[in-house]
Ligand binder design. Structure first.
Ligand code: A2P
Length: 284
């Protein structure tokens, strides 16, 4: 499947009519594969967040057959857009029988979603001690919080080098991240904000596990074998120089946590910044 983007058709005033509690209006939907889509919504004027945080979003459930009542069906979604953006962007899986995503995957520009404006999360700069190199490790939709952090000037101000790894099943599942990285490299506004050559700090290491691509394998295996470090020309992670953020499926998060502890990195939190932080990617 190729990328398909829906853009608004209804007049702005009509699209902005609130019908749900904490309603926001969908402004754009892009289907990347039959399993993945991203969408943009209006941003509540008062919403402030730190790049990397998540909010609860969702839709109303179908009416209960007995009572006819509908309930909000909410899940935690990382905000994929940077904090300076006028709109909010999200990146989602489509699970055919997932309570929320089976419905959410059909949203179109002009539709409304529920967005509880209380951002939280640990994949934030504040939860890491200062360091030289920032590693961002994602699988699948775990790329979302990094899509926010990679468009945040602070990321480039705080680190000499930023290495993003993204492991997906197929090449198509890498496309959202690959296009975003390419756009960042050509972003004149970011260059103006951060300074010329900022994107030279950014290194991208995509891998696939179930379809042929230039780099195949799980990032965890490529770290254990040392291949990723040899190819990037950097030493294995050390508590002195390296900081890391992890966002992927549960097994991936646990495996990487164990690896980091071997390297001597400790898990941080907002209240106790350390060398790495972790969050589970949303799976309906
Ligand atoms: P694999 O295809 O070998 O399972 P999913 O779409 O199931 O969430 O997986 C996203 C990517 O994460 C896949 O490429 C998958 O590889 C990989 N993955 C799953 N579990 C782990 C793990 N424990 N360590 C590293 N990568 C993993």
């Amino acid at each position: 499947m190729t990328k398909v983007t829906d853009t608004p058709t209804a007049p702005a005033a009509e699209r902005a009519k609130p019908a749900l509690p904490d309603a926001q209006t969908v402004t754009q939907v892009t289907h990347w594969t039959d399993r993945l889509f991203s969408f943009r919504v209006t941003r509540p004027v008062s919403l402030r967040f730190r790049s990397g945080e998540f909010v609860m979003i969702g839709l109303m459930s179908d009416p209960d057959p007995a009572t006819g009542k509908q309930k909000p069906l909410l899940r935690a979604y990382s905000i994929a857009s940077p904090s300076w953006d006028d709109e909010l962007e999200f990146y989602s899986i489509k699970v055919p029988d997932g309570p929320l995503t089976s419905k959410l995957q059909h949203i179109q520009p002009g539709d409304q979603i529920i967005l509880r404006p209380k951002p939280v999360g640990t994949l934030v700069h504040d939860a890491l001690l200062p360091g030289k190199r920032l590693w961002l490790f994602a699988t699948g939709t775990g790329f979302a919080p990094f899509a926010s952090l990679l468009r945040d000037p602070q990321t480039y101000e705080d680190y000499e080098e930023i290495i993003v790894t993204h492991t997906c099943r197929t090449v198509g599942e890498l496309q959202y991240g690959a296009e975003l990285i390419a756009a960042i490299r050509n972003d004149e506004m970011l260059e103006e904000l951060i300074g010329e050559g900022f994107s030279d700090k950014l290194r991208y290491y995509p891998t696939t596990t179930r379809e042929e691509s230039p780099k195949m394998g799980r990032i965890t295996d490529l770290m254990r074998s040392g291949e990723v470090f040899n190819e990037l020309g950097v030493p294995p992670l050390s508590p002195e120089n390296d900081r890391a953020m992890i966002c992927g499926n549960l097994a991936f998060n646990l495996e990487l946590k164990a690896l980091f502890e071997e390297y001597g990195l400790r898990e941080g939190a907002n209240s106790a910044p350390r060398e790495y932080v972790v969050e589970k990617a949303f799976l309906d």
